[in-house]
Design a protein around this ligand. Sequence first.
Ligand code: SF4
Length: 502
Amino acid sequence: MHKRTIIYRGNLKSCNYSCSYCPFAKHRALPMEMEKDRQSFVRFCDSIEKRAKTFSIGAVFITPYGEVSIHRWYWEGLLRLAEIPEIDRVGMQTNLSFSVEECLKGFDFAHKLCIWATFHPEMTTVDEFVSKCHKLVKNNIKVCTGAVGVPENIQLLRELRKKLSPDIYLWINKMDGLKRNYSPDEIEAFVQLDPFFKYELKNPNAAVQMCADRCFVEADGKIHTCNISRTKDINWYDGSEEDIFEPVCSRKRCTCYLAYGGRADFALRNIFGEYPIYRIPEKFRAIFFDLDGTLIPERRMSTGNQHGRELSVQVREKLAALREVCPIFLATTMPEADVKRRLKADMDLFQGFIFASGGHLCLREENGQKEKVYPIDISGLSEAIEFGESIKAKCAVSMKNGAAYKVTLLKGHHSVWKDTEYDRMVELLKASNCRFYIEGNCLQIVSEGRDKGVGIEEMCDWLGISVGDVLAVGNDKEDAAMERVCGAYLEVQVGISQDSAF
Ligand code: SF4
């Protein structure tokens, strides 16, 4: 079981912003209300100090109704919580209106602090918001940013994404009051901004057994399993550990990030790390991208003209920004010559390449490049090639330094490999030193044991980094080998009509 995450929500329903749609904007807290809220929060922090070890609590997250970062006692409390050795992360949701310098005074545990910053376009400018985010990151604070997916704000949110450092994640929450479904274009626009936006539209079925390592606590000690599940009959301050963490829920669906993002089976845990509730992606030391179907539309989907055969302007810009914060690599089934033909000058975006599913590796270094080729014995393939030609499959051999490292038997544009043809190939290639697989209308042959996963392991060895610190981004069966070895894997499918989901 994971270490536990506790979410706390105080009493205050007030805010220093006055966004037109927000109920908390209308209310200013009275001194009495503030004092009551302070006392409740101090009591909560006392309880965490006492119980963090026995309850195995690793993270505390403040998710207020309105804005609480403007109240000093929340910062003092977060500091106390961060000082507890068992606590790995503390954080809060905020509109970012606080003074960074003031609030972090005496806060020596910045590396434990996670800030969930929501952009409010009615109350702040993109430049002001971005500058504050960058100041926090400079102070070693982990930050995620985001906004509600209001269709009218798409242009502004694009500007926000463009100005934010590429290593700061921008999430988009679905808009609850929209009273209609998003159009496909709006969904596409939001996916361009937030590669995980589609999770917001899923509303997975409730599965309360996935919620045994979490608790949502209110100011008076009322508890729920998550922020949207029903109140339990016991109280945080006098309940037993067993009762407090017994998962209880009568919801049919998990309808917001704080709910589904805290589940043990949340699919993006490998991206958001041990405490996904903060919505802050882990830092990766390298990112490997598949090409066909991930960065550009798949060949078999291509219209045959130039459209979709090279990186789109948007993808190029994103990769250029990304490589400023993390080295990027290509891991493709294509041989070097095909990749060069497609990417041309965009080859320079990448620090290294895994070509032909690991049959050929190339790493750019300061003083030249390191390369390795895994040859295949072409003479052992003659019968297979002959058979391929007999069924009108053209044979293409990829060579490097005089050695063949990939053979492709390519059928006509709309032809597929029939089961009987494939079975015959299995027979003919049985004794060869090869691995082969079908990809669209191609039968691909590479050296035995080579795939993108072993290619990444080898590249990481050259780089002196762990595969656990690597993110791979792919879209099809061949990419499962990357998922097998890398610390995190992200599935991204690019269609002919869109630029990129990443
Ligand atoms: S609604 Fe909350 S408690 Fe219920 S299953 Fe979903 S995340 Fe778990």
